[in-house]
Write a new protein. Sequence first.
Length: 156
Amino acid sequence: MTARRRYWLMKSEPEAFSIDDLQRVDIEPWNGVRNYQARNFMRDGMRVGDGVLFYHSNTAVPGIVGTATVASEAYPDETQFDPKSDYHDPKSTREEPRWHLVDIKFERKLSRTISLDEIKRHADRLGEEFALIRRGNRLSVFPVSAAQYKYLLSLE
DNA sequence: GCCAACGTTGGC
DNA sequence: GCCAACGTTGGC
């Protein structure tokens, strides 16, 4: 029996790691997530093959710029153990790692950016609870329904 | 660069 | 366990 594919949206600042960077490296460990809710989605919710909307945040035109897939089960984020890393967490141990991640694999770049502005104009179709357009939302990883995923990509 | 909206930390 | 202070996110 095959479990149904799930869908997610993952934010990245293009200056730090863009869709072009993902295309170049093909597979990337999604390190640096230091928010428990986002971690829980990766650790407990994601499965290999799940669909990912790749979103550029904190940039001139924030929006969805590509798609990717989940390419691994969750495993500990190495950067938490590295004192030289920006993501170092002195309270985390190898015996009980605090932060987990998954590998993300490039799928495709969209022909154009589906901007946040445009997404907001489709709020009625996406539902008021859609995390991206909910006021004050800062989650960098969150679930998207199959219908939302399909609808967002149909805007391309 | 500003700042609202959060999440986390730590003193008490 | 409260909550002020602090740090971060991310749109604008």
